[in-house]
Write a protein that binds this ligand. Sequence first.
Ligand code: ADP
Ligand code: MG
Ligand code: MG
Length: 920
Amino acid sequence: MARKRAAGKSKGSTTKANGTAKGTKYVYLFGAKTDGNGTMKPLLGGKGANLAEMCRIGLPVPPGFTMTTEVCTYYYQHKRTYPPALRPQMETGLAAIERKTGKKFGDLKNPLLVSVRSGARDSMPGMMDTILNLGLNDQTVEALARKTSNARFAWDCYRRFIQMYGDVVLGVQKGAGEDHEPFETVIEGLKHERYHQDIEDTKLTVDDLKELVARFKRLVKERAGRDFPASPWDQLMGAVGAVFGSWMNDRAIVYRRKYNIPTEWGTAVNVQAMVYGNTGEKSGSGVAFTRNPANGAKEFYGEFLINAQGEDVVAGVRTPEPVSQLKNHLPKAYQELERIRQTLEKHFKDVQDFEFTIEDGIVYMLQTRNGKRTAMAALKFSIDMHKEKLIDWKTAVMRNPADQFEQLLAPVFDTAEVVKAKVIATGLPAGPGAASGQIYLNADRAVGAAEKGQPVLLVRLETSPEDLRGMIAAEGILTARGGVSSHAALVARQMGKVCVCGASALDVDYQARTVSVDGQAFKEGDWMSIDGTSGKVFAGRVKTAPSEIVAGLINDDETAKKTEKFKNFQQLMKWCDQATRMGVRTNADTPEQALNAIAFGASGIGLTRTEHMFFEGDRIDAMREMILAETLEARKAALAKLLPYQRDDFAGIFRALNGFPATIRFLDPPLHEFLPQTDEQQKDLSKKLGLPVNVIHSRVAQLHEFNPMLGFRGCRLGIGYPEISAMQARAVFEAAAIVQKEGIKVRPEIMIPLVGFKKELDLQLEVVHQAAREVQQEQRVKLTYSVGTMIEIPRGALMADEIAQSAEFFSFGTNDLTQTALGMSRDDSGSFLPQYAELEIIKKNPFATIDVTGVGQLVDIGVKRGRATRKDLKIGICGEHGGDPDSIRFFEQVGLDYVSASPFRVPVARLAAAQAALVK
Ligand code: ADP
Ligand code: MG
Ligand code: MG
């Protein structure tokens, strides 16, 4: 009864509003009849939604059903139990699969086997394990053997099933002190017992497989303390529980944290009729991309294994063949896959990453999703697909992930150096770029070395999700086994790591912690280099050279400019300019930095920190003399020494900017930062300045503050010592006069830091305007300049209406604004922020990505109140957040005029600003 009702109800309700528990639709069919579609990823997970979508466009998908993410939510809200309506809906779903396939679950004539597959909204590679061949027991295995007249195949399925189920559901896994998976140890033992050597799994006979099944069951009994479940329904419910349970396992949590996936999303579970890639030589399994996801080339890319189930391909146990080879083995199936490749791209209008199985020559589709790609491939895909008229230019802009974009500027090996380097092995190019580092063979040691500041290459036989931390820490990843769709390759591509896979010449010895090749042994800590674009592995350290984009833009290298990568980049940037509303400026303290930023497309400086200029050469001595001065006269004398330095620096910057505006921030940090702190340094200074050591010592002590971040700094310095601001203003205007006389337009914007009260700004304004008047008179020039303020403490944002009466522009200093709004020192947050992230108190590091809901309100208030007073108030942002794509999206929304980022982040900011404008 209940069964019928659930099935009847299921028809209409395809949306999220699923009503009361009783009427809720938890199970969505695909294949037999298709309830869902590709837009339903939040409910059906990425895998389930796209399986439904593939059914809808007529691709061959084995029938199945998806249990929604709402079941997962329910499961965790109800002490890991299921909604009562679930079981009857599952029974209905299974019945539909049975009808479609003509097989029956647990049947003794023609048994239906299923796979149980997890599927979160976003794919989480390797995080949750799939169980294949579920439904087998001592009776159904015989039935399967009879039905297919292929006992070898049936028993191969059975041993695979016990192995996977034992591992994933029953927890029979590698223990501490074990080097291998216990099931693999059993297999190896049997091979040596019977054949005295390692043979391929495909060579195992029926009798071998039967013996393995028996031994596997004993192993399960021993380790799990119970018999392997024989009832197919018990097996099914156990597997479903394991998938939902895995949403909270450590690996999944680490992954979610890294990619900011909310825990609430939950995972769906897919149950799907098995198709068999392991029935013999006319069968196989594979993974493919519609185009090359490493370099972007328009070619069918991927790999397959004959006579194998899908897990074999990704696990890296056997090394697969490139998909182009399938032509020779199974030409018909290859043609069909080519057809599918076209269909997928035409329909999804994006590069697809798909999984397939061939059963006796017939192709089945098991998964498709938008393929993860390197920044280089993303760029080429977007430009090519626009040329092919698959997408418009706006979509092309959106297709380039802004947070990966900096990869394009990453170094490549220096061409002169690389020809001299010794190639020791070649593997598959799986993540482009050049990396040089000291090798480590395990994740923990790799992390340890990276924490000490060493560049690290993680070298593994093959990687698994446990290696994730090590992969994050490493500059590059090198494996001896596995192909381009192995775990290592997948994760590397996503993280933008340089990666070479399957360099089979390498002999990786975990025990001895060595990598040997051709009789040469490399120990942990030795240098190696890898080229993730060609797949080459080099001994030692190889010098790197700038990417073609950097070479073309900054070094004006003509050869670089002719490369496709360079041209594609320029095309994309042109589109970005068409889309963008906000300007992109740069944070630069030197003419060189300014020139680089302009080459990358910056339209001015958003922040010049003048204090950086006080540290070079002997300037620091004059600076110290100024700070130590006890009288106004003495201070002015010291300042007079600093003036020419500052003037020259500003002149250099104005020339570099060639007419673009420069926001110049006056002295900001607490003075003690400039003074020598150790006895030794103080003695040194005493000699240089001819001052007694004790004077220096007591002045340093006097300047000591309990909380310098909130102390005598920012405009408070300029108010306490107006002569400092006067000197800085004079330096700016004298430089402006000089450069203007050279015929170059100059646009200084003087920025007073840390203002919370209008009066603070007014006092500084007087000093600045006074200097401007004097210089203009002395030099007989007319200068165009403006004076504004940095909004970086909450009071400044709240009082923005009043402050805007005096300020001609605002620039949000979001670093300090975050520190002061959160009451959290950036430099001290390391001791508790990691735990905050773990507990999800804070979703993202607020110093990297602006805390939109909290600090964001202050920005919003500052903008609104400031513009209420001064309608055309120019507002920018110059914190670290100016180069962060998520933050940039927010700044677009609140209507800032520009963001400012460090020179090498300028392209990222341009792309992010364009995307923000397009999605608005
Ligand atoms: P992952 O998310 O780790 O890729 P999948 O659920 O996609 O896990 O399963 C991994 C592989 O298992 C698939 O690529 C496919 O080869 C195989 N597989 C899954 N379901 C089936 C099925 N119904 N029939 C045959 N093979 C399957
Ligand atoms: Mg998959
Ligand atoms: Mg500040």
